[in-house]
Design a protein around this ligand. Structure first.
Ligand code: CU
Length: 141
């Protein structure tokens, strides 16, 4: 009988530790996230001439999916790796009212508190819809 009681206590302790661990994993914190623009096809690359002729220049964000927890203070460090004079981008996240210009060869910082849970699309104003991604804010409860 005593042995069985001990086993229940042990199972309870393991369960409690698991729950505490899960809570800790979702605690709000400052999240520094590093994003870079990527060039999938550029007129400056002769090997991509046919792709550019068919689709135009094609850019993206890497990573294109950002996952944070509700309540996190999010700091995005975004580098535009394109160097041409006409190679500006924007980081536009309408769900959080963000529209940041990314001049060529610049690093811009965007910070906000992820107070709303959900999935929020972001894009570049000049190269949408293909230059896009999603911010996933996991609910705190
Ligand atoms: Cu762009």
């Amino acid at each position: 009988m005593r042995k069985l009681h001990f086993r229940f206590m042990l199972a309870g302790a393991v369960l409690a530790a698991g729950l505490l661990g899960a809570t800790a994993a979702f605690a709000a914190t400052t999240r520094n996230i590093y994003i870079q623009t990527v060039t999938w096809a550029s007129k400056d690359n002769p090997a991509q001439r046919r792709v550019v002729a068919k689709f135009g220049e094609v850019y993206g964000f890497a990573p294109s999916t950002i996952t944070v927890n509700q309540g996190d203070h999010v700091v995005l460090h975004i580098r535009n790796l394109e160097g041409g004079g006409d190679d500006g981008h924007t980081f536009t996240l309408p769900g959080y009212g963000i529209n940041k210009s990314l001049p060529p060869l610049s690093t811009e910082t965007v910070s906000f508190t992820a107070d709303k849970a959900g999935v929020f699309p972001f894009h570049c104003e000049f190269h949408k819809p293909w230059m896009s991604g999603e911010l996933v804010v996991r609910p705190s409860k």
